[in-house]
Design a binder for this molecule. Structure first.
Ligand code: SF4
Length: 243
């Protein structure tokens, strides 16, 4: 705090859709199922699965509420939770001094942070050094957004062992895309991120069920792949918005 009581944290703002305490429903370096305070930031630069039921968080497309970073830090502190999941929408659209101040403030409070990002923006944002785990979604062909993804090789070599690249797999074409990337990762001489295959839920008509997806990855001996189910969709199957 300055001599006049002014906190830089209070002049920097982020656009927020919602804040809530829950568990991490998906893989991340801190562990799936880990209690986490969620900060869902506003806005997204993609519109996934437009012709197949759409994105599962369309309410994140709005402009949200502008909140001072200091208020966000106070809300995390009040929760008492030692883990924050920063998600969206696409949280890295708001990279800059406010996001850096939030990440620095959380690190100063010894709060572990994972960031869920959609695969379109590079991981070179200010404050990244305070992020315990980056989880990059790789949108496969069924999403209609694969062309917007960062090149896989660049994404893979920019991430480390506490990070993930997670493929959302709805059908056979998605599986073939994801399998090819796993085989490519084997060729890259880099101790890169964990790789995860996630079932698209609920399974699309004619798509790959969770049973079929697991059978495929085992049959293809993709033993470095971690399987991911969105466990929050089983705990709260009827939830349409943040719990
Ligand atoms: S990146 Fe995520 S939030 Fe954005 S449209 Fe796709 S699924 Fe929805």
């Amino acid at each position: 705090m300055s001599r006049r009581g002014f906190r830089a944290e209070d002049s920097l703002r982020l656009r927020v859709i919602s804040l809530f305490l829950s568990i991490d429903g998906e893989v991340n370096g801190c562990g799936q199922g880990t209690p986490a305070f969620f900060i869902r930031l506003a806005g997204c630069n993609l519109r996934c699965w437009q012709e197949r039921g759409g994105c599962d968080t369309p309410y994140s497309f709005g402009s949200g509420e502008e909140m001072p970073v200091g208020e966000l830090l106070r809300r995390v502190e009040a929760s008492g939770c030692p883990k924050v999941t920063l998600t969206g929408g696409e949280p890295l659209l708001q990279r800059g001094p406010a996001l850096a101040a939030l990440l620095e403030g959380l690190a100063a409070r010894k709060v572990a942070v994972s960031v869920e990002t959609n695969g379109t923006l590079p991981p070179d944002f200010a404050g990244r050094e305070h992020v315990a785990s980056l989880v990059y979604d790789y949108k496969c062909p069924s999403s209609g957004c694969e062309a917007a993804m960062l090149p896989f090789d660049a994404m893979f070599v920019a991430l480390g062992p506490s990070d993930y690249i997670k493929f959302i797999i709805a059908d056979e074409a998605d599986y073939a895309c994801a399998r090819d990337k796993v085989l490519r990762a084997r060729e890259l001489a880099h101790a890169g991120p964990r790789l995860a295959f996630s079932s698209f839920l609920p399974a699309l008509p004619g798509g790959l069920t969770p049973q079929a997806l697991v059978a495929r990855l085992l049959a293809d001996r993709l033993f470095e792949v971690q399987y991911n189910l969105q466990i929050h969709k089983f705990i709260w199957p009827d939830a349409e918005t943040d719990i």
